[in-house]
Design a protein around this ligand. Structure first.
Ligand SMILES: Cc1cc2nc3c(=O)[nH]c(=O)nc-3n(C[C@H](O)[C@H](O)[C@H](O)COP(=O)(O)OP(=O)(O)OC[C@H]3O[C@@H](n4cnc5c(N)ncnc54)[C@H](O)[C@@H]3O)c2cc1C
Length: 304
């Protein structure tokens, strides 16, 4: 089957793009491995008019809309992309597709500090984004646990204080400068530099930070700064240019430096929330459609 567009990744970015393209009557297929980043969360927030919806429901509704306009969905994982005459061949585990253009919307992976108990509570009461879930944990006792992503963690500590007056920062190996200590103190954030043994959990909820010296610091919510790793292997293999931060660079429409290849959502933009990822997908879809239109005109002229 020759597609106009193969969209790789069926999260907010990929589904939004595919819906725009299907409505523009393009032959589009979304190939999705089915592991969206926010799957561990019970509710999503910040998506206008869909406040509180379960992550799986948001995507199920998006898939139904996209399919309703004639887009296709393939549950598969793409393993490689080859350039060929007129476009690309997309290799997935169980299928092979040829296409004129590609949108990569494969998201990112959150690498958490290796602390026992953290991953199991991820998305429940171990969080990273106060804009997503800060309101829901407002006025709870909050721990901010330092991670390898130093600038993110320090910013996060200062930030979450907006949602609670009771915040303790656990540097978890981060050496603080005197100025950073003063900035945290200015926000009434306490610092506990003891090494962390584990996140203590009871009845499925965080109950505190257990330190290596045996002390339990009671806390209801933990914020942590993950290291964000883009799922961009396909883009790198195609030779897309990387920026100074080693992330793939795109223009404002999401176009990479490789002709016919776009990228949208967390794979190229780590701070993008669902609504931002969906918007980037929509923008890329319109640019892809214009690219295909220019090709259509060129081909019609060539054939008289
Ligand atoms: C715990 C948590 C809670 C969050 N809560 C919120 C919230 O409340 N509100 C909000 O706005 N944002 C929230 N976010 C952020 C939100 O998850 C992202 O903004 C959003 O997922 C980005 O969408 P995306 O389409 O770029 O990537 P994703 O949603 O991650 O989708 C990428 C898709 O691509 C697939 N994929 C990857 N590689 C391949 C491949 N090779 N072949 C085929 N498919 C592939 C994946 O399986 C996945 O289905 C949360 C994040 C986390 C971690």
């Amino acid at each position: 089957m020759q597609y106009d567009v193969v969209v790789i990744g069926g999260g907010a970015a990929g589904l939004s793009a595919a819906t725009v393209l299907a409505r523009a009557r393009r032959a589009v297929v979304v190939v999705d491995a089915g592991e969206p980043r926010n799957a561990p969360a019970r509710h999503t927030h910040g998506f206008l008019s869909r406040d509180g919806v379960e992550p799986a429901q948001l995507l199920a509704d998006g898939r139904a809309e996209m399919i309703g306009y004639g887009g296709q969905l393939l549950a598969d994982r793409v393993t490689g992309i080859e350039r060929c005459e007129g476009g690309f061949v997309v290799h997935a585990q169980d299928s092979m597709l040829s296409t004129r253009a590609i949108l990569v919307a494969t998201g990112l992976r959150d690498i958490l500090p290796p602390i026992a108990g953290l991953r199991a509570q991820w998305g429940i009461d171990v969080l990273h984004c106060p804009y997503c879930h800060g309101y829901e944990v407002r006025d709870t006792s909050i721990a901010v646990v330092g991670g390898d992503n130093r600038p993110f963690t320090l910013h996060q500590a200062a930030l979450v204080r907006q949602w609670s007056a009771d915040v303790i920062f656990f540097p978890n190996g981060i050496e603080l400068t005197e100025q950073e200590r003063r900035a945290l103190a200015a926000r009434s954030i306490r610092i506990d530099s003891e090494a962390i043994a584990q996140i203590s959990v009871r009845a499925g909820r965080v109950r505190g930070i257990e330190l290596e010296n045996g002390r339990l610091v009671p806390r209801q919510t933990v914020f942590v700064g993950p290291t964000f790793v883009p799922c961009d292997e396909l883009l790198k293999d195609l030779g897309c240019t990387l920026g100074d931060n080693s992330w793939v660079t795109v223009d404002p429409t999401g176009h990479t430096t490789v002709a016919g290849v776009w990228a949208a959502g967390n794979v190229v933009d780590s701070p993008a929330q669902l609504i931002g990822a969906a918007a980037a997908g929509s923008r890329a879809a319109i640019a892809i459609n214009h690219y295909l239109l220019a090709q259509d005109i060129e081909q019609a002229l060539a054939h008289g």
